[in-house]
Design a protein around this ligand. Sequence first.
Ligand SMILES: [Zn+2]
Length: 266
Amino acid sequence: MSGGEVLAVRYGTRTTTCAESYLNWHVYREPDAAFTMDYFFWVVRDATGRTTLLDCGFAPDVGRRRNRDLLADPVAVLDALGIDPGSLERLVVSHAHYDHIGNLDRFPAAEVVMTRRELEFWSGPHAARVQFAHSTEPDELATLARARDDGRVTTFDGHLDLGGGVELIEVGGHTPGQLVALAPVPGGRAVLAADALHFYDELTADRPFFVVADLAAMYAGFDLLGELAAPADHVLVAGHDAEVGRRFPGRVPGTDDLAIRIEVDA
Ligand SMILES: [Zn+2]
């Protein structure tokens, strides 16, 4: 598949530790260490030229409250890329955590696409329990519910072909209805893991992230990502790994090096 483009926009960052990031870190019996965790959303231009966003980043004030460093307001980066949030037609939500739907209210015209399971979970009976709720913001879940009530949310189960070479696959694990995306890029296809894979280490060392709704589904997601990314013309893009910026050297001019071009054999 060719004729498409994917940009990973690195809009935020923080320093974290292994013990704070990996589930039950103590079982690995390794010393703790600090590392950089980046925050991304993704701009997908499909083979027909249509622009879709995958997630929209944390809201600046919420990021500040949660001690995340904002490198640029996601909407300002879109502006630099010539994308008008007010007229954006399609926003795919990988899952409903604060760092993925934080700016949803700034895309008033967009069709929101996500899994049915993810949408239903966050208005369901367990969403307010602290182990789930700590990764969400009530106002943002309310914005999502309003979009649903306005008929702007399209949901699916399992698999959705968006056309133009873009496909969405429900994997669960990190959240009940977490999805991953496939999209055409120069030289092949990108596997956009979002938070089905925060860090490449989760896959290579088989170490789940600490925020997990279903551990078996998370491991199954790792297996699926490994299969999806196996062809030589496919590249795997982790959702929070600073390594993304090193693996993919291409940058879009005028974005302060925040818009990273995802390419095969870059
Ligand atoms: Zn995230």
